[in-house]
Ligand binder design. Sequence first.
Ligand code: ATP
Length: 244
Amino acid sequence: MIEARDLHKAFGAVTAVDGVSFVARDGEITGLLGPNGAGKTTTLRMLYTLMRPDRGEVLVDGIDAAGDAAAVRRRLGVLPDARGLYKRLTAYENIEYFARLQDIDADTRRRRIDALVAALDMRDIVDRRTEGFSQGQRVKTAIARALVHDPRNVILDEPTNGLDVMATRAMRTFMLRLKQEGRCVLFSSHIMQEVGALCDRIVVIARGRVVADAAPEALREQTGAATLEDAFVKIIGSEEGLAA
Ligand SMILES: Nc1ncnc2c1ncn2[C@@H]1O[C@H](COP(=O)(O)OP(=O)(O)OP(=O)(O)O)[C@@H](O)[C@H]1O
């Protein structure tokens, strides 16, 4: 379980995150949805301990990130916005390097990497150096690397960004599989259809604040909109109206 409690973050005069609170539960997919610049990446960065909040708390499986960041990191698998692979290493070596950093023994390493390579359908690329990889191939490698220590909680920053239709579908299937395994899956997106199709819960963020937090169907009903996309536009529109 991942919990954001009243998170705040400013960069000079820019308030990126302004009191964000929500809970992402185990066995559910939670979508953080918002327009460009809403504060999604900044929120996720605080959740995965890359960035310290100015104020507020992050709890992962009840552990306070400010108190024990290392324990929180062990419980998290993260696909950051910058996918960053070692280009001279093969995909396998990239994944294995992270497994070694987590002190995973050789047998377990091999077993887990084989399982991830099969699940992500990356047998044809696993022994290639990552230099020159396509966007989709990079994302797969970065996800396998993020999950090699078998974390209970998974944070994905715009996981389908730059992927083609087939790769996007495969990514969605993979996320549903993580959910079925009982993990807590939290991802960011600005694509309404994607969030609507996948999520048990949608947290809508605009101008650094949570403006809605509900199941997709409830969100539609609350706004009286015909489609989720209309609901989203209504929610964001009213927020901007309020702030103007
Ligand atoms: N390191 C930084 N320095 C200065 N400003 C920043 C920094 N990181 C984020 N911001 C600002 O904070 C705000 C929120 O940015 P953030 O990247 O969290 O939004 P986002 O919702 O992820 O947007 P997008 O969908 O465009 O990726 C923006 O106004 C952005 O310019």
